[in-house]
Design a protein around this ligand. Structure first.
Ligand code: DQQ
Length: 542
């Protein structure tokens, strides 16, 4: 129970015990959502990897099923690693995944449901032709860097395409394969895309987004106007993900990122905290694209073994292209709001300089908080100027943590805080001035005081948020779930997810506050906080 296991989550996806990493093959079939994931049936550390499986009618409550894909063939005898679902014509799901063969080579395999009349898709059969793609001396593929096939997409020519993550020396590669029958796959001469100095591209994801509105687009859509493409890669070297927005040149089968769009430190991330090996799928029921991502622990391996589990999934997020066309927007799936119960509100509250305001009446260790802040126009000019060499938001946040007073900010929330403020996680904004009448908004998640236990990684995270404080409010939505603080700034423009392990700010001991350590007052036009109900997640024991 929660007393013995204070860090188990109440509405973020977890198995009952053991190790979990990447989300695999998410899909919707006959009205049911499916999530598969990398899982170690034998312990709380990575190893013995199989695909565990759960289904849901609402993306919030989940029913566990037997393992869907596990070592059973030469082509995957040493592990069933990450992969993706494709819905073939006639509503037939197919799974492409990486297997580890007897020589420990990474190869690509196919599995399909045994019984399409079972909406739970509990049994999967593997192609007798596996592996369908393998490293050879002829194709010059690196046998230990060849994994994580994407959802395939169909061209006008009736040919399927998929990409597999790889590298050649230090160059990250999205190796392109083509097939007419989904079984015989042929490597294309050129990768779909590649980039220097990236190292291995894990878990690539390639999908179209609409240039007008929030609706998702099927990966195989042939629409070319009103569409941009997104390529996301997970960099094994830094454990960060980057995405670019660009154009898919169908005639050459090449992806061209828009100018200035890069897969490195100055690139765009889905999440500026902990979030990795993510994957989207097109939800044909609600016409939206949904993103899943893995959040690993910030505690030691010994700690994971002791508590008997490791890893959670982030709340599934709807993703779409921002009106600017320059970045994606992400927002927790609307179904999550059904867990909201007791609510407290503030309206037009002045948050005085130097103040901390308690927000009581909700279960602060299991909550959903939406708040907006606005600053007076006349105060904006008092903003500190941003040194042009300060380009790394995470570095600014680690140097200017929540306790460092400023002009405009820090203001925001202290969550998972105890009454004496011995422990808290601070999620906040600072506004800086740039040349001209230009302002920069920084969002931070400061974990440095999150736990009295020093045996955890308490690194702070930061992101710039593309909002203009002259004309817009600064909004923040934070999902608090015992050891998770998942924060959405600027209505989903910049997201930071953190793992924290408070020792006294747990259960009833956890409180919620708004604070302002800037030298100017700010206004909270609106704040709503909800206690969250516990979701039914994988509760029936196997
Ligand atoms: N996890 C899987 C790999 C993938 C990595 C193995 C990313 O397929 O590259 O568990 O976290």
């Amino acid at each position: 129970d929660q007393n013995e296991q204070p860090y188990r989550t109440s509405y973020h996806f977890q198995p009952p015990k053991n190790w979990m990493n990447d989300p695999n093959g998410p899909l919707v079939y006959k009205g049911l959502y499916h999530l598969f994931y990398q899982y170690n049936p034998k312990g709380a550390v990575w190893g013995n990897i199989v695909w565990a499986h759960s289904t849901s009618t609402d993306l919030v409550n989940w029913t566990p099923h037997d393992h869907a894909i596990y070592p059973s063939q030469q082509a995957d005898i040493n592990g069933c690693w990450s992969g993706s679902a494709t819905i073939l014509p006639g509503d037939k799901p197919a799974m492409l995944y990486t297997g580890i063969d007897p020589q420990k080579k990474q190869v690509q395999n196919l599995a399909v449901p045994k019984n399409l009349s079972d909406p739970y898709l509990v049994e999967w059969v593997k192609s007798p032709r596996n592996p369908l793609a393998a490293p050879t001396t002829a194709n010059q593929i690196n046998a230990s860097s060849f994994r994580d096939p994407t959802t395939a997409w169909l061209g006008q020519d009736g040919v399927w395409r998929m990409i597999v993550g790889s590298k050649r020396r230090r160059r990250g590669l999205a190796v392109l394969y083509r097939s007419r029958d989904f079984v015989h796959w042929i490597k294309a001469q050129h990768p779909l895309h590649s980039a220097p100095l990236n190292g291995m591209w894990e878990c690539p994801d390639f999908f179209p987004v609409s240039t007008n509105g929030v609706n998702g687009i099927d990966t195989s859509s042939l629409m070319d106007s009103g569409v941009r493409h997104v390529l996301k890669v997970s960099l094994d070297d830094t454990r960060h993900e980057y995405y670019t927005i660009g154009t898919y040149d169908r005639s050459r089968d090449r992806y061209i990122p828009s100018k200035g769009s890069v897969e490195n430190d100055s690139g765009l991330r889905y999440d500026y905290g902990k979030f990795y090996a993510s994957k989207t799928f097109f939800d044909s029921i609600k016409n939206r694209r949904i993103l899943w991502g893995w959040i690993n622990e910030s505690s030691s391996v010994e700690h994971d073994i002791k508590k008997g589990w490791s890893g959670v999934q982030a709340i599934p997020r709807t993703v779409w292209l921002d009106k600017s066309g320059k970045q994606l927007i992400q927002w927790p799936v609307v179904e999550l709001e059904r867990l909201r119960t007791k609510r407290v509100d503030l309206t037009n509250k002045i948050l005085r300089k130097g103040s901390v305001v308690s927000i009581s009446g909700v279960t602060a260790s299991q909550a959903d908080v939406e708040v907006s802040f606005s600053v007076w126009r006349s105060d904006l000019e008092k903003a500190e100027s941003l040194d042009p060499t300060w380009t790394n938001p995470q570095l600014i946040c680690s140097q200017k943590g929540a306790s460092v007073a400023g002009q405009l900010g820090p203001f925001g929330l202290k969550v998972l805080a105890d009454e004496q403020m011995k422990e808290y996680t601070a999620v906040f904004f600072r506004i800086f001035k740039r040349r001209g009448n230009n302002y920069v908004v920084l969002m931070c998640s400061d974990q440095s005081r999150s736990s009295l236990d020093d045996d955890n990684d308490k690194t702070s995270y930061g992101a710039f948020v593309d909002v203009d404080p002259q004309h817009e409010e600064l909004s923040l939505r934070t999902l608090i779930d015992h050891s998770i603080v998942e924060s959405f700034g600027g209505m989903g423009k910049s997201i930071i997810t953190a793992r924290v392990y408070p020792t006294i700010a747990i259960g009833e001991g956890a409180k919620l506050y708004a604070f302002n350590y800037g030298a100017q007052n700010v206004t909270i036009p609106r704040l709503s906080a909800w206690s969250m109900e516990k979701a039914q997640i994988n509760q029936s024991q196997r």
